[in-house]
Ligand binder design. Structure first.
Ligand SMILES: C[S@@+](CC[C@H](N)C(=O)[O-])C[C@H]1O[C@@H](n2cnc3c(N)ncnc32)[C@H](O)[C@@H]1O
Length: 274
């Protein structure tokens, strides 16, 4: 289901390369990932999350604080399996692959064959994913130009990442599901209360932007976590967009804490292609 980023023709894996019908070819790295991001698809010299952000996210997620989010997404996929025994799944903006890998494991447990591809515009994120998790395909590519055939996918997962409705519509099968995970109103509320003098509660709902799909439901997930290591508090902060726009004083206050109890709240929106 992988297509050439240059001519959109189907690609085949031959030895250590992806090769298309017009002979454009892309090397598979020693980590088993492929870079299909063309220079005109980059929004900056080093697009997407940096090596430091990727490492913070990896170290934080591996502690299991967001296992509840992963379980919630896996449950939603299970609920919408119908009687399918073979699935094509794309995780867009997959980061370092924590959620992608847990979904793969869940489907294996359910005896569902799955062909899972994780894409991210960050080379560092994809290298990290490919080094850690072996039985999926990892591709550096942009959400704006998916290297995926038309109507190939049963599920698209988009967790805290860029949504390009037209591309998602093109790549999904009819009846395919788009699962969008976004932060809820109270997400990390107590962390924000430490960093900012006043906290404005808000959240993004993707429903307006995805009107071309049928919205099936919103699953709200909310629980508290108690973070008991300074390192994880720092990692959590550094993997959020707050790292770019917080007052230094607030950051110092947060990094002095030995423990932090905070709310995790996400909304999982499920959409269908008619
Ligand atoms: C907030 S992180 C979420 C990562 C992962 N889904 C998770 O929840 O742990 C957003 C990810 O989207 C990637 N990203 C940003 N712009 C992108 C684009 N245009 N296409 C694909 N990925 C993109 C970033 O590099 C980053 O890894």
């Amino acid at each position: 289901m992988i297509i050439c980023p240059v001519c959109s023709k189907k690609m085949t894996k031959i030895e250590r390369k992806y090769i298309c019908e017009r002979a454009h070819n892309f090397d598979i790295s020693k980590y088993n990932h492929v870079n299909l991001l063309l220079s005109n698809q980059k929004n900056s010299k080093i697009p997407g999350d940096s090596k430091e952000m990727v490492l913070s996210r990896k170290n934080y997620l591996e502690k299991g604080y967001y296992k509840g989010i992963s379980d919630g997404v896996n449950q939603v996929v299970e609920n919408y399996l119908s009687d399918k025994k073979q699935l094509n799944i794309l995780d867009i903006g997959c980061g370092e692959g924590y959620y992608t890998n847990r979904l793969k494991k869940k489907l294996d447990e359910l005896n569902i064959k799955s062909n899972i591809v994780g894409i991210d515009i960050s080379k560092e994120a994809i290298i990290s994913a490919a080094k850690s998790y072996k039985d999926m395909e990892w591709i550096v590519a942009s959400a704006s130009s998916l290297p995926i055939e038309n109507e190939a996918l049963d599920f698209i997962i988009c967790m805290f990442a860029k949504i390009i409705p037209e591309e998602n519509m093109r790549a999904l099968k009819k009846g395919g599901k788009l699962i969008v995970v976004s932060t809820g109103e109270n997400h990390l509320l107590q962390l924000k209360e430490v960093v900012y003098e006043s906290v404005r509660k808000d959240f993004y709902s993707p429903i307006e932007d995805l009107k071309m799909f049928r919205h099936l439901e919103t699953v709200n997930l909310k629980y508290n976590i108690e973070i008991l290591e300074r390192e994880s508090i720092e990692n959590l902060f550094n993997m959020t967009p707050y790292r770019w726009r917080s007052p230094q004083k607030g950051i110092e206050k947060l990094f002095e804490l030995d423990k932090l109890t905070t709310t995790v709240e996400v909304n999982i929106d499920i959409f269908e292609k008619n």
